[in-house]
Design a protein around this ligand. Structure first.
Ligand code: SF4
Length: 433
């Protein structure tokens, strides 16, 4: 905490450049050059809360309320699986109509989606994280059996007076401590992976960064595991939501980049998520500041994958506006141009490299080799099944380089990797270490 406070104060161009360089080096050491790709999936926008910065707040009459039924969820899943997404983050507000049973049923529906690809493989969604309300212990125990990835809850702001002001007293979310200890309850109930975040722009970013790190250290102390990932969303404009346009704490691009850098240095083992709220240009820069996970081809309107909104219609179903509307192939092309390898891997969750095991393996650099191998396998599968013709040559180049790197730097893994890679080339799918 002391070191982060010092780094926050060390704000000169020279020091910022050195910190950014170090963050990139740390990211490369822990995560290699891969970027994990996922898609958000909004299941419903009903909410009993009235967070003043959110388009989904219950007082916002301009929003069209939608709760997807299981058939609609299946169709959303088919669109995502049919473009090659393997990791999805399901998102929903807090409402009795979308309780934990609805969430679990929706996850089962999504896991049941299977698409036949042009190579004859099966495309499916392999792991779903959830961004959900704070549940109680009994609800969490039920969710534990639903095979989720990470259970993500963002504190929004760690600054108590601001939190109290932005979350009306009459709503459940007003209870700061109930939300703050949601991750404790999740880990105590047996869930393995949690995700933290703050909504940058509600209060001073320096305080939020310190709050996030305090939260991380507390989880490490109590559970010997930190967050699987940390999200750094910035406040974005939303329909009929004036607060989002006028907050005095809106984060500049320069400050946003410092937040990324500082969190990368402070928590080297956690995934750092930068979403399509940010522009393509800024996300490209974020790749060099420690970001490890990004969404692509995202739609944040409810039901918007299967039923894309007509012009002018979209905002009525979505929480905020997205700035990066690149398709998945466009996003992949941009990663390759930056020398990054897209990864569709979900192996860690599925092989039990989660929780304390995940934290320790990342802290000691033991997970990286698996991730590198799995990135090649899952990207190769995506290229075979989904890549447009113009992406095939750059993708083959990137995969070739990565295989050479495995051969040169990880010779002990190469024979077994090569045998699995050959099986993939012969038409098998969903292979991983
Ligand atoms: S931020 Fe979440 S809890 Fe608050 S109104 Fe929006 S959807 Fe509901």
């Amino acid at each position: 905490m002391d070191e982060l406070a010092l780094l926050i104060r060390a704000d000169t161009p020279d020091l910022n450049a050195r910190m950014a360089e170090t963050a990139d080096r740390v990211k490369s050491r822990v995560y290699g050059n891969r970027v994990v790709v996922f898609a958000p999936l909004y299941l419903a926008n009903q909410c009993v809360n009235a967070c003043v910065y959110c388009g989904f707040r219950n007082t916002n009459q301009a929003i069209e309320r939608v709760v997807l039924n299981q058939e609609e969820i299946r169709r959303e899943g088919e669109v995502l699986a049919g473009t090659g997404h393997r990791r999805v983050t399901a998102v929903l507000g807090e409402h009795p109509d979308t309780d934990v049973d609805y969430l679990i049923q929706s996850l089962q529906t999504l896991y049941g989606v299977k698409i036949r690809t042009k190579t004859g493989r099966t495309a499916n969604i392999r792991r779903i994280s959830v961004t959900a309300p704070p549940f109680n212990m009994e609800e969490l125990a039920r969710l534990r059996n639903a095979e989720i990835g990470a259970y993500q809850i963002f504190q929004e702001t760690y600054h108590r007076p601001t939190y109290d002001r932005l979350h009306p007293r009459s709503t459940p979310k007003h209870d700061y401590r109930w939300r703050l200890y949601a991750h404790h309850r999740a880990l105590a109930s047996g869930l393995q992976d949690v995700g933290l975040g703050a909504l940058f722009g509600l209060y001073d970013w320096r305080f939020e960064a310190m709050g996030l790190l305090a939260h991380v250290r507390e989880l490490e102390r109590r559970f010997k595991t930190g967050p699987h990932n940390i999200s750094v969303p910035r406040l974005e404009p939303a329909l009929n939501t004036p607060f989002a346009d006028h907050s005095r704490y809106k984060l500049s691009d320069a400050a946003f980049k410092r937040v990324l850098t500082l969190l990368r240095l402070a928590v080297p083992y956690s995934g750092l998520i930068v979403t399509a709220r940010e522009s393509a240009a800024l996300r490209n820069e974020a790749l060099e500041l420690g970001a490890t996970q990004m969404d692509a081809s995202s739609r944040c309107g409810v039901g918007a994958y299967a039923n894309p909104p007509q012009p002018g219609e979209g905002e009525r179903r979505q929480q905020f506006r997205l700035a990066d509307d690149r398709s998945l192939p466009q996003f992949v092309a941009a990663l390759l141009e930056k020398g990054r390898l897209p990864s569709f891997c979900t192996a860690g969750f599925r092989c039990g490299r989660t929780g304390q095991c995940f934290t320790e393996r990342r802290q000691y650099g033991l997970e990286g080799p698996f991730c590198g191998l799995n990135a090649v396998l899952t990207f190769r599968e995506w290229v075979d099944d989904f890549a447009p013709a113009e992406l095939r040559a750059p993708a083959a180049g990137a995969i070739g380089q990565e295989i050479q790197r495995i051969q040169d730097h990880m010779p002990q893994f190469y024979p077994v990797f090569k045998s699995v890679y050959d099986r993939l080339q012969n038409g098998e799918g969903d292979l991983y270490f």
